[in-house]
Design a protein around this ligand. Structure first.
Ligand code: ADP
Ligand code: MG
Length: 248
């Protein structure tokens, strides 16, 4: 699978182009414990997982099995209790909060179940914001935002506010926001969970196209048919990987 090497990928890897046989993500002995007043919850226990460039991984498992926690850790939205996480060969768990945010903003695209667009920014501004945070010049931002909105079929809605869009359209904008910066990996936590089946299929179709174009995707889903669309299914139970099925 071929993806253009971005200058941002080079920031992390120090290399010109990722090797498709090399693990893009390596988790070793990853454990996440939530401590509340009286209970300790092992949301993730000793997770070992490699994700290679170009893979499309579906994370499945019952409610409470740790799927969202795993995705939040992969997306550097949450810290861990123990273990290592290498992203493109670089350890990212021992970074300062500032550097972690930088790596997250440059290298990770995240799609949420509830879209999470900013209501008082236009579609264009929503997609632009992560690029602004990382200091990209305005002309390049504009080009990237337009390209991303075209990719998801939302260019004609650039000046709309999120509230003027259907859920399906909002999620397509969220996909544009996630991919506009050419992330190393696209993470999606039940991206179709708040959509009717027609809009859900449209978002899945979009993910398929991104995958064909070379994107590496890790997606939490409840839908067995959606899981089968992925190239690999990782099943969680009680915070552990109980099955890892490579399909193609
Ligand atoms: P899933 O996404 O598979 O439904 P989660 O990753 O959300 O599962 O949760 C895994 C476990 O961790 C559950 O037992 C859940 O209650 C617990 N958990 C998740 N987030 C927190 C939190 N912020 N504080 C305490 N416990 C949490
Ligand atoms: Mg969840």
């Amino acid at each position: 699978v071929e993806t253009p090497a971005s200058e941002d990928a080079a920031v992390l890897s120090g290399g010109p182009k990722a090797d498709p046989n090399k693990a893009l993500i390596t988790l070793e002995g990853l454990t996440k414990v939530f401590e509340t007043e009286e209970v300790e919850t092992h949301a993730l226990s000793n997770i070992h997982l490699n994700i290679r460039q170009g893979e499309w991984v579906a994370i499945v498992g019952p409610s409470g099995s740790g799927k969202s926690t795993l995705l939040a850790v992969l997306g550097l939205l949450d810290t861990t209790t123990r273990g290592t996480y290498l992203l493109d060969g670089k350890s990212v768990l021992d970074l300062s909060a500032t550097d972690r945010a930088l790596v997250r903003n440059r290298h990770i695209g995240f799609i949420f179940q509830s879209f999470n667009l900013i209501g008082d920014l236009t579609v264009f501004e929503n997609v632009e914001l992560p690029l602004t945070y990382r200091g990209m010049p305005a002309a390049e931002r504009k080009q990237r935002v337009e390209r991303a909105l075209e990719k998801v079929g939302m260019a004609h809605r650039a000046r709309h506010m999120p509230g003027q869009l259907s859920g399906g359209q909002q999620q397509r904008v969220a996909v544009a926001r996630a991919v506009a910066g050419d992330p190393l990996i696209l993470l999606a936590d039940e991206p179709t969970g708040n959509l009717d089946s027609k809009n859900g299929e449209a978002v899945m179709q979009l993910l398929s196209e991104l995958h064909k174009a070379g994107a590496t995707i890790c997606m939490v889903t409840h839908d067995p048919a959606h899981a089968r669309t992925a190239t690999r299914t990782v099943s969680l139970f009680d915070g552990r990987i109980v099955q890892d099925e490579q399909r193609r």
